[in-house]
Write a protein that binds this ligand. Structure first.
Ligand SMILES: Nc1ncnc2c1ncn2[C@@H]1O[C@H](COP(=O)(O)OP(=O)(O)OP(=O)(O)O)[C@@H](O)[C@H]1O
Length: 250
């Protein structure tokens, strides 16, 4: 469980992002964060990852302050963060090597995840020879081999074509079903939020968050009336928060 209490955050430039933010993310669920450009979605992910620290107030991850480089937190950014001079297999092995896993354990974990993500047969390929979707799967795979309990994804599918994006959304749902893991994904897509989420967190330009429990949409169904109702509910919430004057930011 992630608990945020009365949190203030400004960048050193003086850019104010959060004032008195209190919110929570329940463990084991797939959370989607959506909101207008510049409202603070990426900043929130970085605070949870321990890459930024609050100026005031608290953020607790399973009761502890987030640590930069926490072993069980996987952060996947838009630009993938792959090493171009290493093969698929070597990219996946790197984190395991750093943590001292034996060759046998590395091979076991990598094999499992390659299969899970449909990358079997690509072990010896270099990132430059992979499609955008394969690179993104490799980025996810590199985190999965470490068996994280928290996965943070910043617009992971935004640069992919529609069908590849849908395929990767399905991979992510399968991964979430398979493993006891909390996922927090930032997106600009209403449909992605409705399709993937257990809970949607709509962020406004004052740094406030409105929570929507996604009860009408069944994960994995893009054609149901429930999916359509969820899209409408998210859209209405986004419209109502963008109608508010952005008075909180300086
Ligand atoms: N390193 C930084 N230094 C100063 N200001 C920053 C920095 N990074 C982001 N900001 C500002 O902080 C605010 C929140 O930025 P953030 O990237 O978290 O928004 P976002 O909701 O993720 O935006 P987008 O949807 O466009 O990616 C914005 O006003 C942005 O310009």
């Amino acid at each position: 469980m992630i608990h945020i209490r009365d949190l203030d955050f400004d960048y050193s430039s003086g850019q104010r992002v959060f004032r008195g933010l209190s919110h929570s993310f329940e463990a084991g669920k797939l959370h989607v964060v959506i909101g207008p450009s510049g409202c603070g979605k990426t900043t929130l992910l970085y605070l949870i990852a321990g890459l930024l620290s609050a100026k005031r107030g608290g953020l607790l991850l399973n009761g502890e302050a987030p640590q930069r480089g926490r072993e069980k937190t996987a952060v996947i950014l838009q630009e993938y963060g792959l090493f171009p001079w290493k093969t698929v297999c070597e990219n996946m092995a790197l984190g395991l090597r750093l943590r001292g896993f034996s060759r046998t354990e590395r091979a076991f974990r990598i094999d499992r995840v390659l299969g899970e993500l449909g990358l079997g047969g690509k072990e010896k390929s270099y990132p430059a020879k992979l499609s955008g979707g394969e690179k993104q799967r490799l980025a996810v795979g590199r985190s999965l081999v470490l068996d994280p309990d928290l996965m943070l994804l910043d617009e992971p599918f935004s640069s992919l074509d529609a069908m590849t994006r849908e395929q990767l959304q399905d991979y992510l749902l399968a991964v979430h079903r398979e493993r006891a893991m909390t996922i927090i994904l930032v997106t600009h897509s209403i449909e992605e939020a409705a399709y993937l989420s257990d809970e949607i967190h709509v962020m406004d330009m004052q740094g406030g968050i409105t929570r929507i429990s996604n009860t009408s949409s069944r994960a994995g169904d893009r054609k149901s009336g429930g999916f359509f109702s969820s899209c409408v509910e998210i859209r209405n919430t986004l419209e109502s928060i963008t109608a508010k004057p952005a008075g909180g930011r300086i």
